[in-house]
Design a protein around this ligand. Structure first.
Ligand SMILES: Cc1cc2nc3c(=O)[nH]c(=O)nc-3n(C[C@H](O)[C@H](O)[C@H](O)COP(=O)(O)O)c2cc1C
Length: 164
């Protein structure tokens, strides 16, 4: 039995998620991608995971650099989500080149300013996840940022929170 890719995508699109930018730093370069495949994993030890496409430039940087950071975007950071989802980008020496305000914490991997929360990690394990890798990170620093609602993604579109 095979599942059609369009059915897989359509079903996955019905899962409402937050939006993160996952960043990496290696060999004097930094890079980031928009990612919704993020989850908290463990409290003791503190661990989170992200799923990153093997084809992504971020993949090699995390494997080589052994760190990553997760910035959970606020609802006014949609432009950043779009910027970090663009194909055919290259790693840069600093996000200053992209006009993206950021801050460095424990691992030196950039965390985006204005995000609602962040996790700064060293790579604990990389698991095979088909055409993605599942990167589990040991959280070296975590914190809160902007007191704003988060940006959400659902059914291939950006959304905001509405209280029921
Ligand atoms: C809302 C949203 C969520 C995404 N989630 C992921 C994800 O969890 N993992 C991933 O590898 N790519 C994800 N992407 C795609 C990457 O952002 C995109 O492929 C990447 O930035 C392109 O750069 P690259 O060619 O270096 O991979 C997502 C894109 C969007 C718009």
């Amino acid at each position: 039995m095979t599942v059609r890719p369009e059915d897989f995508r359509a079903a996955g699109g019905r899962f409402a998620s937050g939006v993160t930018v996952v960043t990496a730093a290696h060999a004097g370069k930094v890079y980031g991608i928009t990612a919704s495949a993020f989850s908290s994993v463990s409290l003791d030890p503190p661990q989170v995971l992200v799923c990153v496409a093997r084809t992504s430039k971020l993949h090699e940087m995390v494997v080589e650099g052994k760190t990553f950071a997760v910035s959970i975007l606020a609802n006014d950071q949609r432009e950043l989500s779009e910027l970090f989802a663009k194909p055919d980008r290259e790693p840069v020496e600093s996000f200053v080149e992209l006009d993206v305000p950021h801050v460095l914490h424990a691992t030196g991997t950039p965390v985006l300013r204005g995000c609602v929360a962040f996790f700064d990690c060293t790579l604990a394990r990389a698991y095979d996840g088909g055409d993605h890798s599942i990167f589990v990170g040991d959280v070296r620093a975590a914190g809160l940022g902007a007191e704003r609602p988060p940006l959400l993604y659902f059914n291939r579109g950006y959304r905001g929170i509405t209280d029921l």
